[in-house]
Design a binder for this molecule. Sequence first.
Ligand code: MN
Ligand code: MN
Length: 388
Amino acid sequence: MTDLPRREFLAAAGLAAAAMTAARDARAGDPSFMNNVPDSILDGDELPTFKYELEKSEGKVIGGSHGKEATVEQLPISKGLAGVSMKLEPGAMRELHWHATAAEWAFIVGGRVRTTVIAPDGTAETNDFNPGDVWYFPRGHGHVLECLGDEPARFILIFDNGYFSEFGTFSISDWLGLVPRPLLAKNFGLPESAFDGFPKGEVYFARGAVPPEVSRPPLQGWKTPALTHRYELLKRPPHRTFQGGREWRVDSSTFPISTTVAGVVLDLEPGGLRELHWHPTADEWQYVIEGEVSVTMFGSRGRYRAETLSKGDVGYIPQGYGHSIENVGEGPCRVLIGFNSGIYAAIDLSQWIAGNPADILAKNFGKPAELFEKFPREDVFVAPAKED
Ligand code: MN
Ligand code: MN
């Protein structure tokens, strides 16, 4: 440092300070820095694990209901997305709450759920959900989830922020329990006694009677929003069907309110392969609903990692990282995939190769051009299952 002129040293120090500010802003969630700031967890000589055994964790349990979460706390690589596996027992309700730093996207695995969500324009929507349905609540919009009917409800929540914890939500009972009663009375124009017996702390899962089959109107009457929060994903035909698998896809092109999350349900037959590909604009969060898959990840600089995910496990692929998903189990598999972008985008390896002339490929690999004439002429997407 002694032979570095003082002026250059100060300039270098200034740059370092600017980089630190950028890193701090990025950590605070500024999307303009996404993928530009060196990520310490992806900087090493080896790729970190991208697997977390979510269903084997304990989570938060109240009665017969639970919430189990995967955030950067449990799966450090998963900075862009977090997820929760939730079960609501009959009569249980995930109480009125909002998320200060994440939008919520959900997929119903089993049972039925009713949601009511409020928007800043004062509109509110109540929807009933069946298995295969999806919801999306924009960041900060207040909502409540109820189990419908006599069967427990099981669903997977996906959040567009890996630092978001389901156990740090803004719950109505937590808030009202903290506000002094004179202030509450003044706020609502009611006597203080109206708040006698209110909960002192966060309820999280409220428990009571099974809700009526037909929902009652809100206190204000129906004022429904222009865009619905519900999308019946599996009631539609698959987006793509191949020998070896099929895929349902939902993003803002068909579900306009879902501006920050896209989702996929991927079914693979035994031996079926979702081919090598990458997503230029989104991180990928995976949850295995059924079966067993081998997921591979390519991370540049000679780095490659494979993990086997079983039913109930979570996987994560950072934006731009190459990957594949292969059914290595005995039976069919189903994987739920969420992306932190409202527009689905992917580049598949077969598609990339088919987009180049044979002479370029020959030079790149040092092989005769004829070899590349045998390669697929179009996107393979799902490779057929092996035939023994
Ligand atoms: Mn929520
Ligand atoms: Mn993918």
